[in-house]
Design a protein around this ligand. Structure first.
Ligand SMILES: NC(=O)c1ccc[n+]([C@@H]2O[C@H](COP(=O)([O-])OP(=O)(O)OC[C@H]3O[C@@H](n4cnc5c(N)ncnc54)[C@H](OP(=O)(O)O)[C@@H]3O)[C@@H](O)[C@H]2O)c1
Length: 381
């Protein structure tokens, strides 16, 4: 019998993926008892793919993802959508079966990524336990390209807004009760949110997520360049700061929506740190209000690792009250709130789609830092 081929893209040395990716044929994996094998039909790209591929062994060692010797070759990619190709003997068939359309996040940063046609994974439990491979059924209304574009950015936003920003993303029932009470008043009252980097993959979904939080009541400010201002407004930003012509810190200080309950930073840098006392709500009765949550840290480079690792590299961030440099957390129950986000009109915004053989070109687009929405590799093209 002829061996079934698993087409993949791998890299064998440090560097940006637009230049290091090479095609490779591998065998299709067999599932272990607790595993499913997904036939991937689309994979979305994320800056972290390039940050991991560009990081030295020393940095990867700090993240405890790299043992003493390098583990090349590695396959990049975390987001995926596809169909279940095979299930292990211990998999609950009521939850996952061959042929099911699923999407999810493979948070394996050791190089067993989603830029390959077949990936074996152990799905996280169906409850709220965090896991490295979170998989749920794909909504029928989404294409595989759209579904692949959601998981990593959505979990980053959910973690930032709900766990660190202490904002409430209401359950369906609560939302319905609120809707029955009639429309919210004007934008005079509410918990203001500032999204830095509102046009990117994460920022564009963060603005939409904020519009779905009743206690925010549309009090959303976002920064982007002038060319993306009307796009960011169309997502729900009440005020746009053009970072190419305005001083963003000054504009934020002068905003009618300041001080903010949440500053959600998708850009990085340290400009805001000296001004947090003025920019953030200080409510003695509710000390959980007023958080600066950065998903990048105080670095600004796009090819170095962000998130909490920057705390160790740049100690200026450490021990700051109301400053969180965060890493996304994911679970099945959190992923199921994506259905709610979509039912409430949340859109998956795609910057560009590339065929499988053009994966390196797709990474070049991502590395440009000009993508508006997500860059996705469509395996069917
Ligand atoms: N910690 C975590 O768990 C986590 C999770 C996800 C992402 N991240 C990090 O978050 C960052 C953003 O990720 P992403 O996927 O959203 O990136 P992305 O989609 O590639 O971002 C591109 C966007 O950034 C905008 N931009 C670039 N410089 C800007 C600036 N100075 N001010 C405002 N906007 C600017 C660009 O708009 P213009 O063309 O208009 O400039 C473009 O729309 C990355 O560093 C990523 O690694 C961290």
């Amino acid at each position: 019998m002829r061996m079934q081929i698993n087409k993949a893209f791998q890299f064998t040395h440090q560097g940006p993926l637009s230049t290091t990716l090479e095609p490779v044929d591998r065998p299709v994996p067999e599932p272990e008892a607790e595993q499913i094998v997904v036939k991937i039909l689309a994979a979305a790209l994320n800056p972290v793919d390039v940050q991991l591929s560009s990081s030295s062994d020393a940095i990867l060692g700090m993240m405890q993802v790299q043992p003493a010797s390098p583990t090349y070759p590695k396959i990049p990619g975390m987001d995926f959508s596809g169909t279940i190709h095979a299930v292990g003997t211990s998999i609950d068939r009521a939850r996952f079966n061959v042929g099911d359309e699923v999407f999810g996040l493979a948070m394996d940063i050791t190089g067993k990524g989603t830029l390959q046609e077949y990936l074996a994974m152990t799905p996280s439990p169906a409850d709220g336990t965090q896991g490295s491979h979170v998989v749920i059924k794909k909504p029928e209304g989404l294409t595989h390209v759209q579904a692949a574009a959601m998981p990593l950015v959505y979990s980053t936003i959910y973690t930032g807004f709900v766990h660190h920003g202490h904002l409430t993303y209401p359950s369906e029932a609560t939302q319905n009760e609120q809707q029955q009470q009639g429309p919210a008043a004007g934008k005079e009252k509410g918990k203001s949110v500032l999204v830095l980097g509102g046009s990117g993959g994460t920022g564009s979904m963060a603005i939409q997520f904020a519009t779905q939080i009743p206690e925010v009541n549309g009090r959303i400010v976002a920064s982007c360049s002038a060319k993306n201002a009307s796009f960011v407004e169309s997502l729900g930003a009440a005020e746009v700061i053009d970072y190419t012509s305005q001083n963003v810190v000054e504009a934020a200080l002068n905003s009618p929506y300041a001080p903010f309950d949440l500053i959600y930073d998708c850009v990085g840098g340290a400009d805001f740190i000296p001004h947090l006392d003025e920019l953030l709500v200080n409510d003695p009765e509710d000390p959980r209000r007023g958080m600066y949550v950065t998903i990048v840290g105080d670095k600004t480079g796009r090819d170095s690792m962000g998130g909490p690792i920057t705390n160790d590299l740049n100690p200026v961030q450490k021990d700051r009250k109301r400053y969180v440099c965060m890493m996304l957390e994911a679970s099945t129950t959190q992923f199921e709130t994506m259905y709610t986000f979509l039912e409430r009109g949340g859109q998956v915004l795609i910057d560009s789609t590339f065929g499988f053989n053009d994966a390196a070109k797709a990474y070049a687009r991502l590395e440009s830092a000009r993508a508006v929405g997500k860059v996705v590799v469509d395996f069917t093209k």
